[in-house]
Structures are given as structure tokens and as C-alpha cells.
Design a protein around this ligand. Sequence first.
Ligand SMILES: NC(=O)c1ccc[n+]([C@@H]2O[C@H](COP(=O)([O-])OP(=O)(O)OC[C@H]3O[C@@H](n4cnc5c(N)ncnc54)[C@H](OP(=O)(O)O)[C@@H]3O)[C@@H](O)[C@H]2O)c1
Length: 289
Amino acid sequence: MRTVNIIGAGKVGKTLGYLLAHNQCYRVQCVLNRSVANAVSAVNFIGQGQAITRLDQLQPADLYLLTVPDNYIQSVALQLAQHCYIRSGDVVVHCSGIFTSETLQPLSAKGALIASLHPAKSFSFPEDDVHDFENTCCTLEGDENACHILKHDLVHIKAQVTRIDPNHKILYHTANVFCSNYLVTLVEAALFICEKINLSKSEALGILQPLLSGTLNRILKLGPQDALTGPIARGDHEVIKKEIQALTNISNDHECAYRALGKLTLSLAQKQGFLTPQQILQLQDALQA
Ligand SMILES: NC(=O)c1ccc[n+]([C@@H]2O[C@H](COP(=O)([O-])OP(=O)(O)OC[C@H]3O[C@@H](n4cnc5c(N)ncnc54)[C@H](OP(=O)(O)O)[C@@H]3O)[C@@H](O)[C@H]2O)c1
């Protein structure tokens, strides 16, 4: 069986390591973290591998999964190229959303096949993530042979796989940020506002949860344009003015975010084709700072 070394076994490293091992794709060889406790905990979670803390303790493997935080990828790749025995044809991959395989260039110079693999998923708890990884879309770019091998492995662990032009990675990841991280921030913004009117977090979540899941279902079923409702879609500029006024009293950041999102929402509402030119002007005016 092919072997894998995991360098930086945190949320993503543990999850992918577990899935590769438990689907009989790879035998996990070494699990490297700076902290021995983290390495041991990752080995216990994955159920395979030797916990190590130094690159010179690595044994050769067919695949190197560099799942360190983005800031460390380049330096770890350089150290790996300088201090470790990488065999020609070994695959080295990192999981950054924005860096390309080019970050691993020092390893390519040693004969490794390099790639980047970005799973479009929010990994928080490996214990849960290993069970809901199925259908996660993973984007690949890099050496053709590396992508071929990784695609085969990813399909085996039931991911969806797509290729990406390396020049598009940053904007692609930005789209992921809007869809996932900023959605979380939007919910937090709503809770912050509810707190100002003395609704507890659990009361507010009780109200917002059906609204949130209903909206999400409509977006996924109809697409954003047909799913959009609310004051901007109806042309209610007075509502927008009053809400901006109310926000000025509680938070400048929330007011700015409301205006910025309002402008994007107005563009979407215009595509629906129901707003009159006068309503559009009134809404534009209401959203101006
Ligand atoms: N989390 C997500 O939702 C997500 C989604 C898609 C892609 N990604 C990508 O996946 C990669 C890993 O993210 P993550 O969320 O799994 O990070 P993480 O949970 O913070 O895990 C990173 C691990 O790397 C270890 N580490 C840090 N510096 C190291 C070094 N110099 N040498 C060896 N190990 C080191 C850390 O353990 P020690 O402190 O013990 O060393 C830690 O366990 C990143 O490239 C990220 O962009 C993350």
C-alpha cells in the first residue's frame, strides 16, 4: 500500500489522514507537529502512524501532505527540500486556498511532483468532519501526474474533484470566504443587533434559525436572483433609511456593512426587473453614506 506523511496534523491534516487511512488508500507513516502532544493526539485520532516533531525524523513516503497553516507552507517546503530525502516521483501537496503549487517549487527541483488541493469545506472538528466530508469539492492544480494521483485518491474518499487555473485561486477562495466565513459573520451581526434589543442569544437564534434555513433552501432551489425578497426588492427606500439611522446609534461597522451589502442587493434586485427607475434612484440615495 502507498504511504503518506502528514506534516502539520491539525483540522485538515487529521481529517484527510483519517479518511485516506480508513479507506485503505494509504498507510500513514509519520505524523509531524511541532508539539509532541499534538502529534500523538493526531496519531491516536487517525489510528496509524508514528508521532514525530522534527523533519529529519521523517521516513520516505509516496505522498507528503503539508497541512501546516498557510504562513508556514513555503518555509516548511524549503526545509523539507534541504533536509529530507525526497524520492523522484513522490507527491507533495498543500491545502491552501490561495497559494498555488508554485510554493512547493524547491521540492519540484528535487524531483517531487507538486500540487495544491483545496477542499471547499469549513473544517472545525475532525471527529465530525470525517463523517460529513463526502461530496466536498476539492480543487486541484499542479503537476499533471500529481493531480492524476490525487484525483484518484480523492474520488476514493468520496470527494468531488475539479481542476483550477492557478491564476484563479485567489478569487476562487474569495468566493468561498463570502459563502462560508462571511455567512457566519452575517449571522453574528444579526445576533449583535438582537442583543441591543435585549433578545438573548437563544431567543434570537430561535427566531433567526427558520429564517436562515428557509432562505438558504430558497437560494439553493431558485438561485439568488429569484430567492431575493425584502425592502430593497420591494423598493421600500424609507425602510432602508430608518434602518441605517437605527444602526448609526449602535455600530459604525454594522452601518457600513449594511450600506455595502445594500448596494450589492440593489444590483441583484434590479436584475429581477420589478423596480422602477424612480425606486432605484430613491434606494441609491438611501444607501449613500
Ligand atoms: N480549516 C479549514 O476550514 C480549511 C479549509 C480548507 C483548507 N484549509 C487549509 O488547510 C491547511 C491547514 O489548515 P488547518 O485549519 O488544518 O490548520 P490548523 O488546524 O491550525 O492545523 C495546522 C497544524 O500544523 C501544525 N504546525 C504549525 N506550524 C508547523 C510547522 N512549522 N511544522 C509542522 N507543523 C506545524 C500545528 O500543530 P503544532 O502547533 O503542534 O505544530 C497544527 O496542528 C491550511 O493551508 C489551510 O488554508 C483549511
